[in-house]
Design a protein. Structure first.
Lengths: 147, 175
């Protein structure tokens, strides 16, 4: 049972990461602007950092969905979500009015997104610690051979 | 240990994939250039980057007066879709990727004393690039609209709805 919950959570987390990356790719310049507005990284590093975040989101998401190197990808997701939470929180606490940049578009940063990231972070921690899980129980070898 | 190795691999592959995605994106992040936070500049938008010796700026109100007096040509550096949705009346659509008939567009713009380039970005990056190109192609008085398209709308500048009748005789955009 735990295995199924883990696997479902892993696939959901991966799909959310893939979606978040996919919606940013058509307008990477806008995402770079969003990253700059968090005022955490030097301006010269912003375009590179923005591109790297999108790529890491995409690859970690694909690995989680596919269940390949899933624990490592979950650890990467823990790092990403941790950074997102810190970035969002510091911007909100400093009163910087900015777009979240979470899923592209114009959506403003909010504590709601921080809470959502916290939920996803717990999921990522569970997969990193407990493994990728399985959707279907492993069939005994004899049964598999007979079937 | 395996876990860390997997994670590092995902990060490394992700960085490469991200740079690849940026290269393939229709609107890539400018890797060689700094990107500043919008609010770090004085007016909050379309700020000059002193290190890059920016093109001269023009305020939306001043530019709107030039449009009404038909003494400035306008260049829209945004995407074709944004252009179609609304633009400065009579503006030439000249995105960073170029015009399908750039020589003709340049000849039309050369009939104006002043050319005003605008985009829809907080940073005015696209307009800066196009303005530099126009200056490089021999146009003399090329300026970038402060505050971009947003400021033009806020200033009540003539839009494609046709308020700027005089501009109709100037360069007409290809559509």
């Amino acid at each position: 049972m735990t295995d199924r919950i883990l696997a479902a959570g892993r696939i959901a987390l991966g799909a959310i990461l893939v979606y978040a990356a996919a919606v940013k790719i058509p307008d990477m310049a806008a995402f770079a602007d969003d990253v700059a507005n968090y005022r955490l990284a030097p301006a010269a590093a912003v375009p590179f950092l923005g591109s790297a975040v999108v790529g890491v989101e995409l690859l970690a998401g694909l690995a989680l969905v596919a269940g390949v190197a899933a624990r490592g990808a979950a650890l990467v997701a823990v790092g990403l979500l941790g950074v997102f939470m810190v970035a969002l929180s510091q911007a909100l606490l400093r009163g910087i009015d900015l777009r979240c940049g979470c899923f592209g578009g114009q959506e403003p940063a909010s504590w709601w997104r921080v809470a959502e990231d916290a939920g996803l972070l717990l999921l990522a921690v569970a997969v990193a610690l407990r493994g990728p899980g399985r959707l279907w129980p492993e069939r005994p070898a004899a049964e598999a051979a007979a079937g | 240990m395996v876990l860390l190795r997997q994670a590092l691999l995902v990060v490394a592959a992700g960085v490469v994939a991200g740079l690849g995605a940026n290269a393939l994106s229709p609107r890539p992040a400018p890797l060689g250039q700094p990107v500043h936070a919008a609010a770090e500049a004085a007016a909050g938008a379309c700020l000059a980057d002193p290190s890059a010796a920016p093109v001269v700026r023009i305020a939306a109100a001043e530019a709107a007066a030039l449009c009404t007096a038909c003494s400035a040509g306008f260049v829209d550096a945004r995407s074709a879709r944004d252009f179609a949705a609304g633009h400065v009346t009579g503006a030439v659509h000249l995105p960073p990727a170029g015009h399908h008939d750039e020589a003709e567009a340049l000849a039309r713009l050369a009939t104006f004393h002043t050319v005003v380039v605008y985009d829809g970005e907080d940073s005015c990056r696209l307009a800066e690039g196009v303005a530099r190109r126009l200056l490089g192609r021999g146009l003399r008085d090329v300026r970038v609209l402060e505050g971009a398209w947003g400021a033009w709308m806020a200033a009540g500048g003539p839009g494609s709805s046709g308020a700027c009748v005089a501009c109709q005789h100037g360069p007409e955009a290809h559509r």
